[in-house]
Design a protein around this ligand. Sequence first.
Ligand SMILES: CC(C)(COP(=O)(O)OP(=O)(O)OC[C@H]1O[C@@H](n2cnc3c(N)ncnc32)[C@H](O)[C@@H]1OP(=O)(O)O)[C@@H](O)C(=O)NCCC(=O)NCCS
Length: 149
Amino acid sequence: MTIVPMTERHVPALVELEAVCFPHPWTAAGFAEELHNPLAVFLVAEQDGAVAGYMGFHDVVGEGFVTNVAVFPAFRRQGVAAALISAAQAICRERGIARLALEVRESNAAAIALYERFGFRQDGRRPRFYTAPAEDALLYSWENQNLPL
Ligand SMILES: CC(C)(COP(=O)(O)OP(=O)(O)OC[C@H]1O[C@@H](n2cnc3c(N)ncnc32)[C@H](O)[C@@H]1OP(=O)(O)O)[C@@H](O)C(=O)NCCC(=O)NCCS
C-alpha cells in the first residue's frame, strides 16, 4: 500500500467511496475544489493502483481540521486508515502543525477506536451535530508533541 497526495485521477473513486460510507457524501465538485485549495492536505491510500481509502484535512494557520477518513469495505481492518493517519501525523510534525481536530458520530465505535489508538483524545461534544440520523458529535483532537521551538 502507498499513501499519495490526492490528484484529479482519484476523484471518481473517492466520490464512490463517499457514497458507500456517508449519508451526505462529498461530490466530484467538492473534491475538485480541494485540489485547488492551498489549505487542503488530502491523502489517498492506493493498493495495486486502486483507491483503498482516503483522509483529508485543512491546515488553518497551523491547526489541522480533519474533513473525513474513509476506507472501502473490502479494504477495512487491513491497516489502511492507520497508514493514512500516521502519514497525516508525519506531515503535521514536518510542517509544525500543532494539532489535528475532528468530529465523529458517538455511535461510530470503529472510528473512535482508530482515533484513540493514534493518540486522539475526546475534548468536547456537539449535541445533534449530525443528521440522517440525528446524533451527537464527539470532538477529538491529537496534539503534536514534536513542535519545533
Ligand atoms: C473507521 C474506518 C476509517 C477504519 O478504517 P480501517 O482501514 O478499517 O482501519 P484500520 O484497519 O487501519 O484499523 C486501525 C485500528 O482502528 C481500530 N478499528 C478499525 N476498525 C475497527 C472496528 N470495526 N472495530 C473496532 N476497532 C476498529 C482498531 O484499533 C484497528 O487496529 P487493529 O485492526 O489492529 O485492531 C473504516 O471503518 C471506515 O471507512 N468507516 C466508514 C467511514 C467512517 O466512519 N469514517 C470515519 C468518520 S469520522
